[in-house]
Design a binder for this molecule. Structure first.
Ligand code: SF4
Length: 468
């Protein structure tokens, strides 16, 4: 997808002017938040599992080279071909070379954010391979010509009424009903023959398992299994940080992923792949290619962004982020939206073109609270802001405002004097109406919301009054 993070403010204005978007986001984020809270409450070992998951990931990242070598050796012993891709270009070349060698005309694809990250869709089109998205939400956005707007629910920005309209235009047999089960049936009728006749299958993986050379896919629709089984050749593209040492360790993450992502105890389908079809197997691909992608992950290992490599792509941080829930994923203008995207996008594509993303955060801390692997997203976003400031990426206005703030914040008497004056002025501006609609030099804030009238006196003045 085309990155438009450098137009974040325009993207946000466009999103705010779209009333259906807010309806779609509200419906889904509210449902996901409620369901997640319920299953976490019913999981007494949650805190322990979260702590263990963090430790496993930190250990694996400390010894990533070792586990990658172990995985490669075991995957090859299982009969897979293992490829290394340092950049998205490398990954695309490897995938399209395999498609050309197989003379592939069609490829079924299971949703994978890594696939989006490296631009698989565009590469397949250029190579003349028809791409068939098999995840229901991905199928919807493929028909609509949209990029994904969420990492777990890519069509979160669409209401089911919009989907019904889309299917009526694009499906051969859309049916007459417009309720959700009928829409799913219609997609099933459309996709089933395509699953069976594809030349190549392309998937991601949720986890790589070093000591067995296996990988895992986790879906609710069973489309991963339907995608990867019939074609002769299966290609897996996966980020190197998805590694865990063993099956036992993978189980810890499997218990957390679906609870955090969609608020269910387990997903419908969790499949462990252990090499291509063997003699005597009735089905499965004859060739299995695993493409291990770096794309700046190695750089992140030695940076303050290292904890971000613990991410298991559950999307909980987005579902609980008030900014994401207001503007949706497209406003972030990058593959990864929301809080995790505001950290990953600068790490992968540079801070210069995505400098508004870390500043979009309100630092309310909910993303860290709900993250199943305890990634300190607000701290990292703050550090990215500091990095921007140090490398002179802020506007002169912001730079001088911060310098003024630092000067005031380190001089308590002056700070007290200024806040008292500001308090009096704001109360005058409120004209006794309880709110302020416009504040000089703060138009960016008051253009879309009112500022509440301040209390009589600053916090310290009121605190002292209480002490007496
Ligand atoms: S940062 Fe945490 S909450 Fe967000 S997607 Fe990654 S694992 Fe999930």
């Amino acid at each position: 997808m085309e990155q438009t993070s450098h137009h974040f403010n325009e993207n946000v204005r466009r999103a705010l002017a779209e009333p259906t978007l807010k309806t779609a986001l509200d419906r889904t984020t509210t449902l996901l938040r409620t369901r997640r809270a319920k299953v976490i409450d019913a999981f007494p070992q949650y805190a322990k599992a979260r702590e263990t998951a963090q430790k496993i990931k930190d250990h694996t990242l400390d010894h990533l080279g070792h586990y990658l070598r172990q995985f490669e050796e075991n995957a090859r012993a299982n009969g897979a071909q293992v490829h290394w891709a340092a950049t998205p270009e490398d990954a695309r070349r490897i995938v399209t070379d395999i498609c050309r060698a197989e003379n592939a005309k069609t490829a079924t694809r299971v949703k994978s954010m890594l696939g989006e990250e490296i631009g698989i869709a565009e590469a397949l089109t250029e190579a003349g391979v028809e791409r068939i998205e098999t995840d229901l939400a991905e199928h919807i956005i493929q028909l609509a010509g949209d990029p994904p707007s969420h990492i777990v629910m890519p069509a979160m920005h669409k209401t089911h009424e919009q989907v019904a309209e889309l299917f009526a235009q694009k499906h051969q047999d859309p049916g007459t009903k417009q309720d959700i089960p009928s829409l799913v049936e219609s997609a099933r009728r459309e996709l089933r023959p395509k699953f069976m006749n594809a030349d190549i299958s392309i998937s991601g993986a949720n986890f790589l398992i070093a000591d067995t050379g296996s990988f895992v896919t986790i879906t609710n629709e069973g489309n991963a299994e339907l995608t990867t089984t019939p074609p002769k050749t299966h290609i897996v593209t996966v980020g190197i940080e998805k590694m865990v040492p063993s099956l036992k360790h993978a189980a810890v993450f499997i218990r957390l992923l679906s609870r955090a992502a969609i608020g269910t105890e387990i997903t419908q389908y969790t499949t462990f792949y252990n090499g291509p079809k063997r003699a005597g197997d009735r089905d499965g691909p004859e060739n299995l290619n695993i493409v291990l992608v770096d794309n700046h992950r190695s750089d992140m290992l030695s940076d303050f962004l290292r904890p971000m490599l613990r991410c298991i792509r559950c999307g909980a941080c987005m579902n609980h982020c008030p900014v994401y829930a207001t503007v949706g994923g497209h406003a972030y203008g990058a593959v990864y939206p929301g809080p995790m995207g505001s950290v990953l996008t600068p790490a992968m594509t540079g801070l210069k073109g995505s400098k508004d993303l870390p500043n979009a955060c309100t630092l309310n801390g909910r993303c860290k609270e709900v993250c199943p692997v305890n990634i300190p997203l607000p701290d990292m976003l703050r550090s990215l802001r500091a990095r921007q400031f140090e490398s002179g990426m802020v506007t002169p206005k912001a730079k001088w405002s911060l310098k003024l703030w630092a000067m005031l914040a380190t001089r308590p008497a002056l700070y007290h004097f200024c806040t008292t004056i500001a308090n009096i002025n704001l109360r005058v501006l409120a004209r006794g109406q309880g709110k302020i609609s416009a504040v000089p030099f703060a138009g960016g804030w008051t253009r879309t919301r009112d500022l509440p009238q301040p209390e009589a006196g600053t916090f310290m003045q009121q605190y002292r009054k209480q002490q007496r």
